[in-house]
Design a protein around this ligand. Structure first.
Ligand code: C2E
Ligand code: MG
Ligand code: MG
Ligand code: MG
Length: 281
């Protein structure tokens, strides 16, 4: 109804819809202040090999809102993208993850960990993205070879040449690249072949019950075959059960992330010492 009223006038006939709009505006206003109010933090979730050794962690952003408590990234990341707040927030995330990498250098259990950081399309597409990463590495002194950036297939719909060029420049510095949520987007296989990636992360929706869901099994097998063809490492996300893990291992997928191994946790309670092995890659 509001749309029918025309482009420049918003009228709310529907109190529920009005509530939604006000809610969004409030959240958006709060989001603009998250950095100066220091409401953001990173949680880390282990990535594990088939021997159970931790090879890395994924940094996942958390927003502790003063009155609402934890706001889900599924809610505030899209809002941050729409409002371009993702640019300063994304810089904050990279800086914080690099700072953590450096802090872990003094810990024999953690100093070889790779840290994976999610980068949104807008952040990656900014003209100064490569410089930004360089600057953060220089400021923090973080080891570039232990940093992995997770990008999504939506990147492929932007200028593919520029994307390729940026990835190559960052890879020359030693930074790794993973394609996140693989299978949920629209990547053209022709572009995918041209992208200098290190790893595909199979989206968790395909991992659910993969041992007994024939459709998921067929999709995951196809993705594993594709990753072999393209010489990309493969990691399954959202592994929740031992049955799923066993199926994956039997099908040559040897890296896992999911609740089976641990939920995302703040650094203070991150239990990485219990697990054997910290081989990198
Ligand atoms: P993602 O990058 O695909 O991250 C994995 C998500 O799956 C995380 O949700 C994680 O908590 C969840 N997960 C991990 N293991 C399991 C499992 O076994 N089962 C299930 N059901 N879920 C599992 P989270 O933390 O809510 O983050 C959601 C999304 O928000 C992320 O998906 C990512 O796209 C985005 N995000 C999170 N942090 C950042 C960030 O720093 N920057 C950007 N641009 N996006 C971020
Ligand atoms: Mg991710
Ligand atoms: Mg994912
Ligand atoms: Mg995701």
């Amino acid at each position: 109804q509001a749309k029918a009223a025309g482009r420049n006038t918003l009228r709310f006939y529907d109190p529920e819809m009005q509530a939604v709009v006000i809610e969004r505006a409030t959240l958006e206003a709060d989001l603009r202040q998250v950095i100066e109010r220091e409401e953001l933090s990173l949680h880390y979730q282990p990535q594990v090999d088939s021997e159970g050794g931790i090879v890395g962690v994924e940094a996942l952003l958390r927003w502790e809102h003063p009155s609402r408590g934890q706001v889900s990234p599924g809610v505030f990341i899209p809002l941050a993208e729409e409002t371009r707040m993702i640019l300063p927030i994304g810089r904050w995330v990279l800086h914080e993850a690099c700072r953590q990498l450096v802090a872990w250098q003094g810990d024999p259990h953690k100093r070889r960990l790779r840290v994976a950081v999610n980068v949104s399309v807008q952040q990656f597409s900014a003209v100064d993205f490569v410089d930004q990463v360089e600057r953060i590495l220089a400021e923090t002194g973080a080891p570039a070879e232990q940093l992995e950036l997770e990008v999504t297939e939506s990147l492929l719909m932007h200028d593919p040449e520029e994307t390729r060029d940026k990835i190559l420049r960052l890879r020359q510095r030693g930074i790794g690249f993973a394609l996140d949520d693989f299978g949920t987007g629209y990547s053209s296989l022709a572009y995918l072949r041209r992208l200098p990636l290190d790893r595909l992360k199979i989206d968790k929706s395909f991992i659910r019950d993969v041992h007994q869901d024939p459709t998921n099994a067929a999709i995951v097998e196809a993705i594993i075959t594709l990753s072999n063809t393209l010489s990309l490492a493969i990691l399954a996300e959202g592994v929740e059960t031992e049955a799923e893990r066993q199926w994956l291992e039997a099908h040559d997928c040897r890296f896992y992330q999911g609740f089976l191994y641990g939920r995302p946790a703040p650094v203070s309670t991150l239990a990485l010492d219990r697990l054997p092995g910290t081989a990198l890659r």
